[in-house]
Design a protein around this ligand. Structure first.
Ligand code: KG4
Ligand code: ZN
Length: 343
């Protein structure tokens, strides 16, 4: 079954055709990140306007000459996200569904991030096995979930305030680094780490670290970095690479501690990370290390970086495995959707 998916929840305009949830036929992503870098972050009206500009060129590229490419169904992100951005994708998908008389599948964006781990090649691994634990770490969400099968999802924990990616973005701004902050902080941190690999990075707090739950809090980290910056002696040059490494380590350590506790408790057959922050190589490296230290016998999956950040291939895969077809008349955007809600 070939599904054409459309993703426009935030600042990426994406379209992809995926066969049977695992094989990419085309995958096109246009990002308006450079545009938002000028304002240091996303202004929702600007994001929606950029979606309008990009949606038709992106669809044309994904579909090529043969406009329907044997597509069996459409899929579209209905939420969560920015309402103006979501509407561009939803209305486009509804129009195509009506025009081509093809069914349409509404998709939960946060849940779909996990499905980047079903897309081939899987680096010689079988597809993820259930029960599995999934960690979605993106700009808007930090959710830890337990899946017994494609249709049984339980929220184990999430952030009480800022998402992990949001923390990277906000702290990058404080450090004078460009938007999006995650890749910028990672680049500076990597430079520091390559010369100081023995350093113990414990400058900033890991809130809620020792609490007996699977929740996080990242907003205090932003305050700690602001305070550190303002208390620095004016004559002393700030070492931004060192601060970036400390920030990255604090976020990574927090994510790993709670997740490993959940893996120890639930003993899943697979563990999956996904979302923009899953592109962070320090996070992957430290997860590999932590999983080895608890002798995790299951498989660890992390998508390649371009499938960690927003894309439509994961939407198509999630549509194939999880969601049900619908009539275009019943598809509506829901900006507040949570990871466990059905659509
Ligand atoms: O999944 P995504 O593309 O969009 C949302 O659904 O939010 O995630 C974007 C987030 C941004 O906060 C960005 O700073 C972060 O992912 N990000 C990273 C890296 N690449 C992107 N964070 C840390 N390290 C990275 N390499
Ligand atoms: Zn996302």
């Amino acid at each position: 079954m070939k599904i054409l998916a459309i993703e426009t929840s935030c600042d990426e305009t994406a379209a992809s055709i995926v066969e049977n949830g695992t094989t990419i036929i085309t995958n096109v992503v246009a990002s308006s990140q450079k545009f938002h870098a000028k304002t240091g972050g996303i202004i929702p009206e600007n994001a929606a306007r950029q979606q309008l500009i990009s949606i038709i060129p992106v669809l044309k590229e994904a579909l090529g000459e043969n406009m329907t490419k044997g597509v069996d169904a459409l899929a579209v992100t209905v939420g969560p996200g920015l309402i103006g951005s979501l509407l561009v994708g939803v209305e486009t998908a509804r129009t195509l569904s009506c025009l081509w008389s093809k069914p349409i599948i509404p998709v939960n964006h946060v849940r779909a991030h996990l499905y980047a781990n079903w897309i081939k090649p899987l680096n010689n691994k079988e597809e993820p096995l259930f029960p599995l634990i999934g960690l979605v770490v993106s700009g808007g969400h930090t959710d830890l979930v337990l899946l017994k099968n494609h249709n049984s999802i339980q929220l184990l924990g999430s952030t009480r305030d800022d998402a992990a990616g949001e923390a990277f973005d906000k702290i990058a701004r404080i450090l004078g680094l460009p938007y999006p902050g995650g890749p910028a902080i990672a680049e500076y941190a990597d430079k520091f780490m390559s010369n100081n690999s023995d350093n113990r990075l414990t400058l900033f707090p890991r809130p809620m670290h020792d609490e007996d739950n699977f929740d996080w809090s990242f907003s205090g980290l932003k305050t700690a970095v602001s305070r550190y910056m303002s208390q620095a002696h004016p004559s002393k040059e700030l070492n931004i690479e060192m601060i970036a490494a400390e920030v990255q380590e604090a976020i990574v350590d927090s994510l790993i501690k709670k997740t490993i506790n959940a893996i120890n408790l639930h003993k899943p057959k697979s563990f999956l990370i996904s979302g923009g922050v899953a592109a962070n190589s320090r996070l992957k490296e430290k997860f590999e290390h932590a999983l080895k230290s608890i002798e995790f016998s299951g498989q660890f999956f992390a998508p390649e970086p371009k499938l960690c950040t927003d894309n439509a291939a994961a939407i198509a895969s999630c549509a194939f495995f999880v969601h049900k077809t619908n009539s275009w008349k019943d598809i509506i955007a829901n900006p507040q959707l949570t990871i466990t809600e059905s659509v």
